[in-house]
Design a protein around this ligand. Structure first.
Ligand code: ADP
Ligand code: MG
Length: 217
């Protein structure tokens, strides 16, 4: 099987689809956030990815490589999105650029490293651990899957497994008490509710998966 290559266009297309995904799931994500937060998570993501989408034609021209694209997208999210999730997802995308300087194309193995760098940035900024009832509860189980990837494994199957583990991680937030973020204040009243960021993070990676499935292999 020929090596699967992700070029800048793959990421541009993914960001276009992320804007649509955020729009479609805006009310669902805000509803989750309204149960134990302030009800703006879907709105925050929609504002952020809509702005990214609006700037994509310019970014396509003005960025020399994938690293620059990821950094600029992260900066847009960081500057346009209020709330906790803006800086967290902003860092996620910005730090995906860490190990891919000047690259026009990345392999799936390099993509796994990008995800790892992104997740580590979210942890560094938010200081959340597993079971704190945050997006980390979905991001870390996904990382465990991508760390296992080896050349020769099927990238689509690997990313599908990653998203599946992320979903399970999100389910796992339901019975938890929150130790980070707004829902922390609720104490035991947060029990029985899913964390909104754990839901949006698997949905984001599912968009990467759906775009991966469209590539010729
Ligand atoms: P805000 O909480 O400021 O209103 P959002 O509603 O957009 O921001 O995002 C809330 C989500 O952010 C939560 O559901 C949780 O997953 C995530 N979150 C909050 N604080 C942290 C943190 N310290 N580390 C990781 N994720 C966090
Ligand atoms: Mg909120």
């Amino acid at each position: 099987m020929a090596q699967l290559i992700l070029d800048k266009n793959y990421f541009i297309e993914t960001f276009k689809q992320l804007a649509l995904m955020a729009e479609e799931n805006r009310d669902h994500l805000s509803k989750l956030d309204s149960d134990i937060g302030d009800g703006d998570h879907g709105i925050n993501l929609t504002i952020g990815f809509r702005e990214v989408s609006k700037q994509l034609p310019t970014l396509e021209q003005s960025t020399a490589d994938i690293a620059e694209l990821m950094k600029k997208v992260g900066m847009i999210l960081l500057s346009k999105v209020g709330g906790a999730s803006g800086p967290l997802y902003g860092s996620f995308f910005m730090k995906m650029a860490t190990h891919i300087a000047n690259k026009q194309q990345v392999t799936f193995k390099e993509f796994c490293q990008m995800y790892q760098d992104g997740v580590e940035a979210v942890q560094l900024r938010g200081k959340a651990e597993l079971d704190d009832k945050t997006m980390i509860d979905a991001l870390l189980p996904g990382l465990e899957v991508l760390k296992q990837y080896q050349e020769g494994d099927d990238p689509v199957q690997t990313l599908a497994n990653c998203v599946a583990e992320m979903k399970k991680g999100s389910d796992h937030t339901i019975p938890l008490i929150a130790k980070k973020g707004r829902s922390m204040r609720l104490g035991e009243r947060a029990i029985g509710h899913r964390d909104a960021g754990s839901e949006s993070s698997w949905m984001i990676m599912d968009v990467f998966l759906q775009q991966l499935k469209k590539l010729p292999n």
